[in-house]
Design a protein around this ligand. Structure first.
Ligand code: HSE
Length: 429
């Protein structure tokens, strides 16, 4: 029997606990491991969670979970960074193995945690930290272990994907859909972490460390959210054959690592463009296997609980054998992050301009000065107010040059309002 202690009985804790109860015998039949939840800590031990909780199981004191001799695996599902870190550190020092769903903790203090895991000869499982129910950590770590991973493309945040999907399908503004999503419970009342791309960056940080074994830090990830995306750009994207998604991109090429979470256009023919609503997906390209795709629910009680339980079961088998997995080793080697000057992509640009002769040639002249080559142009018909959208798709351009050109063009007297640029991600390594 393996004793399980859970810290945090919120949405994910309840999901994991329910699965461990409901499927205890199923898991035993499949693996020969009997998992017994012996202690659960949560600040709120009164609330009716709609699940049977035996007397004595709940405590408000997380240390009672960590120090309980019956607990072999401590499952941290409380969230937050520093207190969660302290509890995990204490559990590891007591030689308890740990499962966590805490992406912010792993992205921000992962180095310290992995060092401790190694020093204490323990193991840490974090399947639930990236994309809820999708077993992408296991896929990269085990399923693709024979590959050098070259490219990761992720739709890593369900809130953003839900908002962008509805903007695409219904043509409604970002603000209106965000309000509706909050009303329906699909977005947090403070949605900053989600819509500004930080939640997705936490997940990308974990994926890149795992896939490239590179000691990536959050500051290394170029992070932009979706709050500035306008319906008009989604409509133009369709005309050019693209869909706008918040993409987490990780790439390793010739010793240079790219890490970005940005709203980007992806071809409608790419499988990632069909990932809609609250669903998440990760597209991983290995040098031997080629492209692979993992899809599913990235949040929610049962899907995330399912990922937590998969870690517990996987770990329990090695715990019985007293044979922990080798800790994740990170090393830079000769590699470094790609700089802005070294990054070039095709871009979509939109300017609001007066509709008169000479405008396009001035703009294309400035683009040429910055060595930016135009691939196509769309200008919509005249409007009463006299300004029209002018949309340009470029060939590959260096981002710094593109931003400078955009700034210069935006100052021209016939250009009105804010100009827009959105990266185009063709979606292959
Ligand atoms: N808030 C996240 C999302 C789920 O919207 O996808 C948890 O990571």
């Amino acid at each position: 029997m393996i004793g399980i202690g859970i810290i945090g009985l919120g949405t994910v804790g309840i999901g994991a606990y329910k699965i461990l109860r409901e499927h205890r015998s199923l898991i035993y039949q499949r693996t020969g491991v009997d998992l017994d939840v012996v202690k659960i800590a949560d600040v709120d031990i009164e609330r009716d969670r709609g699940i049977p909780l035996e007397k004595g199981l709940l405590t408000q004191n997380a240390l009672e979970v960590i120090n309980d001799d019956r607990v072999d695996i401590v499952v941290e599902l409380m969230g937050g960074v520093h207190t969660a870190f302290d509890y995990i550190a204490q559990a590891l020092k007591k030689k308890k193995w740990v499962v966590t769903a805490n992406k912010a903790l792993l992205a921000e203090r992962g180095d310290e945690i992995f060092r401790l895991v190694e020093e204490e000869g323990c193991e840490i499982g974090f399947e639930a930290s990236v994309c809820g129910g999708i077993p992408v950590i296991r896929a990269i770590r085990d399923g693709l272990v024979g590959n050098r991973i070259d490219y990761i493309l992720g739709i890593l945040n369900g809130t953003c994907n839900y908002i962008l999907t509805r903007m695409t399908e219904e043509g409604i503004s970002f603000d209106a859909i965000l309000k509706d999503a909050q009303r329906l419970g699909f977005a947090e009342s403070d949605p900053t972490l989600d819509i500004e791309g930080i939640d997705a960056a936490h997940k990308l940080c974990i994926l890149i460390r795992l896939a490239f074994h590179y000691p990536l830090q959050m500051k290394d990830i170029v992070t932009e959210g979706i709050s500035k995306i306008e319906s008009i750009d989604i409509e133009f994207a369709k005309e050019f054959g693209y869909t706008i998604k918040l993409l987490g991109v990780g790439k390793e090429e010739n010793g240079l690592i790219d890490a970005r979470v940005v709203p980007a256009m992806i071809p409608v023919r790419h499988p990632m463009s069909t990932v809609n609503g609250v669903f998440n997906a990760v597209y991983v390209v290995g040098d031997k296997v080629g492209p692979t795709l993992y899809y599913g629910r990235g949040a929610g009680s049962d899907p995330t609980g399912s990922a937590v339980v998969s870690d517990i079961v996987d770990m329990a088998c090695r715990l019985i054998a007293k044979s922990p997995r080798t800790a994740l080793s990170l090393h830079k080697g000769n590699r470094r992050m790609r700089t802005d000057e070294e990054s070039s992509f095709p871009y979509y640009m939109r300017f609001t301009v007066e509709d008169r002769p000479g405008v396009l040639s001035r703009i294309s002249g400035i683009l040429a000065e910055y060595r930016i080559s135009i691939s196509s142009v769309i200008q919509k018909g005249r409007e009463e107010v006299g300004h029209v959208p002018l949309v340009i798709v470029t060939h590959e351009a260096i981002e710094k040059d593109l931003k400078r050109a955009k700034e210069e063009i935006s100052k021209l007297p016939f250009v009105k309002g804010e100009s827009v640029h959105i990266r185009i991600e063709e979606g292959s390594s």
